[in-house]
Design a protein around this ligand. Structure first.
Ligand SMILES: [Zn+2]
Length: 74
């Protein structure tokens, strides 16, 4: 998969975030794949073979987690 550079990361999240409660870039989440705390704004975007853009864990490609694997910290 090919990494895409995002110039305005908040705007991209506002458009592409798959859930209704859009986080801000400074928010923290817990990635279930690499079991690490991440800062939302450090996310990466990869384009798959079908051209679909996937919001991925900042620890990608070592971590295969995506936005679907992020949980809110309590
Ligand atoms: Zn991860």
């Amino acid at each position: 998969m090919q990494e895409i550079k995002i110039s305005n990361k908040q705007e991209y999240l506002d458009k592409k975030y798959p859930f209704s409660s859009i986080p801000s870039l400074a928010d923290k989440r817990y990635c279930m794949q690499c079991k690490s705390e991440i800062v939302v704004g450090e996310y990466k975007v990869f384009k798959d073979e079908q051209g679909k853009e996937i919001i991925s864990c900042p620890n990608a490609p070592a971590c295969s987690g995506t936005v679907m694997d992020w949980y809110k910290l309590h």
